[in-house]
Write a protein that binds this ligand. Structure first.
Ligand code: 0X9
Ligand code: ZN
Length: 433
C-alpha cells in the first residue's frame, strides 16, 4: 500500500464530526505496456501521492490506483503522455459507500431468525466495536452451559483512544492443552470484511458447522481469536473516513495514525514498503512496537507461543494466501511446508463458489513491506505457519465490499481454514522455520 499522504485537514483526520464524502473519487486501472512504462507510472504515483489499491505484480503489470477529483485531470494527462493504458475501474467511490450504507441499514433490520444462531447477532452485517465486544462476551457466557466447548474473553491491552483489545479463547474445556492457532482481523481499519470473517469463524467453531469440521478442529487445537486489533481505526472508518487504514495515535498535533502492519519488530524497516512520514498511510511508527496495539498482540503471542503452531491474520483485499517474508524476496527454509498447507486451504476454499486465491510469499506475490505481523510471528516468536490472508474481492469493490458478499466470503473462508488446519501435522508443534 503506497503513501496516502494527508493532503488536507480532512484527510489528516482533524475533522471529527462529519463523514468525509468520496463524490467523484475514482479508482483507475493502469496497464503499462513495458518495464519502462511501469517505472514511469510508479514515478507518477509517487509524485502525486496516490493510494495504490492493487499493486503491479511480476508478470502482471496492471494496477489499480485511487485518485481524488482534484488530481484527476492532471494524472490522466500525464498517463496519456507516457502512453499507458488507463481505464476507469471504479467511477464514483461515493456510490459504493452509499450502497454499502443502505445495505448495512437493511441488514440490521433483518430478523434474527433468518440469519442463523447466536443471540440475535447477524453475522452477515458489518458491526461496530461495541457490538463485536458484546458478541464475544455473549459467546463466552453461552459456553458456560455447554459441556463440549469453553470460551473466555481476555482484554490483552488498550488502544491509544482507550478501547479494549480483546481475545476470545475457544477450547474443548477438558483441561487438555492442545497445540494452538491464533487468528486476528482488523489490523487495517477499512478492511471491514476481516473482522466479520473472524467473528463467523468463532460462531462456527462454538456452535458447530454444517460440514462437521468444528468438532474435529476443537479436538485438534486450542483457538485464539482477536477479531478487531485496531478498534480506534475501525470506528473512525465507520464514523468519519471510510478509507482509514492506520490506528488513531496522534503525532505532534500534525497527523494521526501508524500503520500497525509496518510496526512489528522483526526486520522492522520503514524503507521497505513503509514510511518515516507521520502523515503517510504506511507510516511505520517511531520504532518497532511503538504502538499499543502491536505491543498488546505481540506480548500475548509471546506469552502463548509455546504451543502455537499457526497464526493467520485476515486482511483485504486481493484473494491471496501469503506467507513470509514481507521484508525480503528470500524464502524461509521451510517455505514448502507453508506453501503446501496454504494450497490445501485455498483449494478447499474454492470448492464452494469457485473463488480463486494466489498462494506465495508476500514479497513475491504482492510487494515487499517490512514490519508485518506475519513476519514477526514467524521470525520473532517462532510460530511455524504464519500467514496473511487477503480476502475478497479482486478489485471491483476493493475495500468497500458489499454486504451481500459477507456470507459467501465467510462460508468459503471457514472451509479454507478448516481444511488448512486439519492438514497440519501437529507433531511439529513449536518447531522453528
Ligand atoms: O500491506 C499490507 O500490510 C498487507 N496488504 S493490505 O492490502 N491488506 O494492506 C500485506 C502484508 C503482507 N505481509 C507482509 N508484508 N509482512
Ligand atoms: Zn490489510
Amino acid at each position: 500500500m503506497s503513501s496516502l499522504v494527508c493532503v488536507s485537514l480532512l484527510l489528516c483526520g482533524y475533522v471529527t464530526s462529519e463523514q468525509i464524502r468520496f463524490d467523484g473519487h475514482k479508482v483507475l486501472q493502469i496497464v503499462p505496456h513495458s518495464d519502462d512504462e511501469l517505472k514511469q507510472v510508479l514515478a507518477i504515483h509517487d509524485l502525486y501521492d496516490l493510494d495504490m489499491w492493487r499493486h503491479p505484480r511480476r508478470g502482471n503489470h496492471s494496477m489499480e490506483v485511487y485518485v481524488e477529483p482534484e488530481k484527476l485531470e492532471s494524472v490522466l494527462s500525464v498517463l496519456k503522455d507516457i502512453g499507458a493504458h488507463v481505464k476507469i475501474w471504479i467511477d464514483d467511490l461515493q456510490k459504493l459507500v452509499d450502497e454499502e450504507q443502505s445495505s448495512i441499514k437493511r441488514s440490521i433490520l433483518l430478523p434474527y431468525s433468518s440469519q442463523g444462531r447466536n443471540q440475535g447477532f447477524n453475522h452477515f452485517a458489518y458491526h461496530r466495536y461495541s457490538s463485536i465486544n458484546q458478541y464475544l462476551r455473549d459467546v463466552a457466557t453461552a459456553t458456560l452451559s455447554m459441556s463440549s466447548v469453553n470460551a473466555s474473553v481476555s482484554t490483552i491491552g488498550y488502544t491509544a483512544e482507550g478501547r479494549e483489545i480483546n481475545v476470545l479463547k475457544v477450547t474443548r474445556g477438558d483441561r487438555i492443552s492442545r497445540p494452538s492457532i491464533f487468528i486476528d482481523g482488523g489490523i487495517h481499519a477499512r478492511e471491514w470484511i476481516a473482522p466479520a470473517t473472524v467473528l463467523y469463524f468463532i460462531n462456527q467453531l462454538v456452535y458447530g458447522d454444517e460440514f462437521g469440521y468444528a468438532s474435529q478442529l476443537l479436538n485438534k487445537f486450542d483457538w485464539f481469536f482477536a477479531p478487531l486489533l485496531n478498534p480506534d481505526g475501525y470506528e473512525y472508518s465507520h464514523t468519519n473516513y471510510r478509507l482509514w487504514r492506520k490506528n488513531r495515535v496522534e503525532h505532534r498535533r500534525k497527523c494521526f495514525g501508524t500503520d500497525l502492519n509496518r510496526n512489528f519488530g522483526y526486520q522492522w524497516n520503514p524503507a521497505i514498503g513503509g514510511s518515516t512520514n507521520v502523515c503517510s498511510d504506511v507510516y511505520s511508527g517511531s520504532q518497532a512496537f511503538s504502538e499499543k496495539e502491536s505491543q498488546a498482540v505481540s506480548t500475548f503471542i509471546t506469552d502463548n507461543k509455546q504451543n502455537m503452531l499457526a497464526y493467520l491474520t485476515y486482511h483485504a483485499y486481493g484473494q491471496m494466501w501469503l506467507y513470509p517474508w514481507g521484508f525480503t524476496s528470500a524464502l524461509p527454509p521451510d517455505w514448502q511446508d507453508l506453501d503446501a498447507a496454504a494450497k490445501t486451504g485455498t483449494a478447499a476454499l474454492g470448492e464452494l463458489y469457485g473463488t480463486t486465491y494466489l498462494v506465495g510469499s508476500s514479497t513475491n506475490v504482492l510487494y515487499s513491506a517490512a514490519g508485518g505481523s506475519d513476519d514477526w510471528v514467524k521470525g520473532g516468536a517462532g510460530v511455524k505457519y504464519a500467514y496473511t490472508i487477503e480476502l475478497r474481492d479482486t478489485g471491483s469493490h476493493g475495500f468497500v465490499l458489499p454486504v451481500n458478499q459477507i456470507e459467501p466470503t465467510c462460508r468459503e473462508s471457514w472451509r479454507g481454514l478448516a481444511a488448512f488446519a486439519l492438514s497440519l501435522n501437529t507433531i511439529r508443534t513449536g518447531s522453528r522455520g
